[in-house]
Design a protein. Sequence first.
Length: 451
Amino acid sequence: MQTRAIILAAGRGTRMKSKKAKVLHELCGLPMIQHVINNVKEAGFDEVHAVIGPGSDDVSDYLGDSVKKTVQEERLGTAHAVNQLSDLLADEEGNTLVICGDTPLISSHTIQNLLEFHNERKSLATILSAEADVPTGYGRIVRNYDGSVKRIVEEKDATSEIRELHEISTGTFIFDNETLFKALDKVTNDNAQNEYYLPDAVNILFREHKLIDAYETMEFEETLGINDRVALSQAESLLREQINIRHMQNGVTLIDPKNTYIDAGVKIGMDTIIYPGVVLSGNTIIGENVTITSSSHITDSEIEEDAVIKQSVITGSKVGRGTNVGPFAQLRPGSKLGEEVKIGNFVEVKKSELESEAKVSHLSYIGDAHIGARANIGCGAITVNYDGKNKHKTEVGKDSFIGCNSNLVAPVKVGERSFIAAGSTVTDKVPDDSLAIARNRQTTKEGYYKN
């Protein structure tokens, strides 16, 4: 049976107090709508549609071709939003999930269970419900004796007896597709807001004595809708806890999970140890048996097995097996470190490749460079890669030694097994097996102070 999902993402999100569309606000490294898309696709739905608002070019650009997009030119309510797909879907068979783009915590597992329950009961509509400790503000689910849904009662219309009920509607539904669009044609905007609401379609089915069910998830927190930054923070905390638990269950040691920040797209190998205050962002991949100490921030990078990262910032880079970075080092985008490389304290590397066993132990800048295997870059050495207009490349051959406080003025090449004397400023090519000394001869004026 064909399954499709409609994600409602046309809301303004005024309570977010932001120029950014609500559904593009990030949660553990991904816009909240991306979490919804991922969960729906993981649940196995055949088609995914998104209804976006007028002028939502940023949302449209972000979504690209990942889903089918429809614009709701006038924001006239949730039923009106779904009905924008009438020409495309009204005559299609199968089941349709309607889910809000600001509910990123509803898991693929819950969506799968909702669909399976809907199919088993052969319902025409199934509501995702949950048990709320404090149901204030939610529509209550009133059930028949056979467990089917008798009606949804909004709080403003509820009697004191109904208000005692704690099962609430989460605003997520699965419908028989043809039944959904027939009901949408009957929804009116006879309400204070003059809008067309999706729950009214469900109420129409009630009045027509159609079988309506509710699948109750045991995870009320999953159903949190994000309308402001307070809810965004709450959702971030809940999702981060889920992410951290999953990694620990897969063999990763988190010394202090509550103070470890791992984005949804990060992958981590077993026996890796992560200390408090670490931030792992974007599409980062961490290998097995890696140690990452406090205050490290790694973004869109790959760290291979047995590496040690100490209090460092790594962005868009690759760190090879057994390599040590830090403390207080920075790898900027385009850096690639081979195996058993050493990057020490207060070293910055940018868009450079260091082959295996190369060492830059402290207080150096390596930019736009290629450093050969086993080369040793001394304290305070600088690759002078920028002439004020263009960037130039520095090459250092394998087994070479660059003395302390040296400047390699690019473009320049230092050959293999060569030495640069401390304090030199090198502007010309240094052949293999050579010693380069590029500094002024010392002049000492005795008795200068007394004069």
